[in-house]
Design a protein around this ligand. Structure first.
Ligand SMILES: [Zn+2]
Length: 123
């Protein structure tokens, strides 16, 4: 390889860019101008940025859904507990009424059992 060949390959030859058709000095093997290469690189960076952002967003949406599910299952649990408790209270009021009306030993035993159940629920 002579000095002249070297110089020639560094300068390249005038070609039309295969992408934008603008004339540019192409080094051997080059078919796209430096503007288009830079543009392509920028586009890739942008789409990578968008993809990363999308993944981040999807991740945080997933996390939020998970938290909502947890809150809902806790809410369900509390609602169920309130329902259980209020039905026990209702039951106990009815029993107290029956005890008051009948003085029946049977209802007093039932009330004692119910009272134990309520005590356990509060724990
Ligand atoms: Zn170009």
């Amino acid at each position: 390889m002579t000095n002249n060949d070297n110089k020639g390959s560094l300068l390249g030859e005038l070609k039309a860019c295969s992408n934008c058709n603008n004339a540019f000095m192409a080094k051997p093997g080059e078919t796209v101008c430096s503007n288009c290469i830079a543009l392509e690189k920028r586009k890739k960076e942008l789409s990578r940025g968008v993809n990363e952002w999308k993944e981040e967003l999807e991740g945080s949406i997933k996390e939020m859904k998970h938290q909502i599910e947890q809150i809902q299952s806790k809410k369900e649990m509390f609602l169920q507990r309130i329902k259980n408790r209020s039905s026990l209270v209702k039951e106990s009021i009815e029993l107290l009424k029956k005890i008051d009306e009948t003085q029946d030993e049977k209802y007093i035993d039932e009330y004692k059992a119910l009272f134990e159940k309520m005590k356990n629920q509060n724990e």
